[in-house]
Design a protein around this ligand. Sequence first.
Ligand code: IVH
Length: 703
Amino acid sequence: MTARENAKLRHDALAAEVRAHDYRYYVLDDPELSDREYDALYAELRALEDEHPELRSSQSPTQRVGGELRSDLRTVPHVAPMMSLDNTYDYDELAEFERRVLDNLPANAAPEFCVEPKLDGASVEILYRDGELVGGSTRGDGSSGEDIAPNLKTMRSLPLTIPYRGPLTLRAEVVIFRRDLAKINLTRAEAGEAPFANPRNAASGSLRMIDPRSVAQRPLRVMVWQVVEGAELAATHAGALARLAELGLPTHRLERVCKTPDEVRACIEAIDAGRRAYPYETDGAVVKVNAFSAQGILGATAKFPRWAIAYKFSAERANTRVLSIVVQVGRTGALTPVANLEPVQLGGTVVQRASLHNAEIIEHLDVRVGDLVSIEKAGEIIPQVIAVDPSARTGAEMPWQMPAECPSCGSAVVALEEEVAIRCPNPACPAKVKGAIFHFSRRFAMDIDHLGEALIEQLIGSGLVADVSDLYDLKVEQLEALERMANKSAVNVVQSIERSRTQPFERLLTGLGIEHVGQVAARQLAEAAESLENLLSWGAEHVLEHVAQIAGFGPKMVESVRRYLESADNRALLEKLARLQVSRPQPKARAAAEGPLSGFSFCVTGVLSRKREDVHAAIRDAGGEVLDKVKKGTSFLVIGEKVGKAKTDSAKKFGAQVIEEAALERMIAGELSPVPETPSTVAVPKKTKATKATKATKPEAAS
Ligand code: IVH
């Protein structure tokens, strides 16, 4: 076999393996590899394609983010109109639907129904032609939508090829899992961006982004719920969904065929009872006539098909009264109105506050202080006021308006053109300063202990601190002079602040809270600049040059960094931080996977001989991946003293090898191989063939 043939074989095997893991992770939600193992496989595939570019076909998993850059989304017509769905909240209307179906089918027909969840995401049309994913669009106005083909290709739940000939047109919901939304919102909060109110908004916003590279960063998943073209797959809707799943396409797999109205209701109730455990939001059940032939006979009205109806579940709602409306000022200066409510039970918790988001929403809902309102919990997000009951008004309710002045500092607020938010423009506004210092001190940033919100307020109020750099001038005596501050606490605070000087540059950048620059971007920026001094030495004109080079930095991020560095106030702050030697230069970016622990993942638990962070750093330095939980594919659980049973149980469940700290130290020192010397010392955790192959291409560091 020639070297080329060999490379082709290896390429096809690797590509198939990456696809198989994408399928397990994104379609079955049951990953087999750790992220690091997956990344290693993927990196090997890329490297092989770099060496043999002729192997890089459009179907390779590496081509999910194409080079195509667009300035906007084109509009494309749908293959068939994307209609909406008749819906109801009650069983009587459902019975009417069933009656209409019977009346319109030939006498004696006993139609089967298929009942399935109604997913609450963004609906899309997806086109496969001769097994290749070639196009896709948003719902748009129903007859045409925005071309989002490059964005769909980034979604790893959607195969780029399937074993199917001819045209296949599908309809699907693009969703974001609830657990993923929490992560996205955290990142957004760190970057000073408004959180998404619910998974649906997050999904539809993400789906329509112009740059597929940004879309690729969002954990979007596809769930197919209808075949529009390609009905020859099966004679029934349920049969077609099952065939699609066999072809490797993502479906919800919750379709159930029902023969009687009672069965239909039982299925609806089962979905309602189970939906809180589904990873995505489900706002109802869809009842569809199962046979395509019967669907054809029933046809459609101008708006919706006569063969389907959505039975919607009422969202968890409660009624309560608005006691007052207050305004919070965040670190970016955005003013957020918040309703204080008469406490009410909703979805298992007592709710006393609800966000009103912005002035536009208050005006739209016409919320007044004293009003009786309905509040709703969208997913696991903060409750929202969704409606006012004007019939319950007594006349004593007080209309409310957004203040023209910042409630914290009294500056006139400004409305920026491109956003609905109203902001306080004063850089010295105490509420903004407090938010900025709190953000700076957080765990993921400079990690300063003992610096709570109350103390920050005191420090600002007493004039000791006006920006984050002032923290580093604080003396124990000054703190002791504050109310409720004992000597020991004052010493702790000063020590925690001192300790934070050793944080790497990326933490400082994260802590500064530059708009659109969260932890990941901060790390990239820190790696590009290496140190605060270097960053300062890039003149405004070079900033663009350097920053625009960073992979994944979109125009918004580049512009935000440029604007930040251009401001004289910000430069003065950075210069002072540099003088005070806050933060260490960024350690060189390390190429993934080198060192004795490369390819292995570790979860550390219990009390160890040194600080947990230090153990983590040592693992990473030796090429290992650190996980905060044992999951499928985790290689080792490192245990110290006082280990909880839950952790060791999960190690057992996921097949992670339990080792003591001493064994870890020996592995790091290269004295003990993560691959066993004798079966009785350390057993090899289950690894995939491909990861082993990755390792085999490098010198064996540990054996
Ligand atoms: S079937 C011709 N099935 O709900 C319309 N729709 O409110 C047939 N949806 O536009 C629709 N899950 O975006 C169908 N399992 C499901 C669905 C579903 C979500 C969406 C879809 C539709 C909207 C109507």
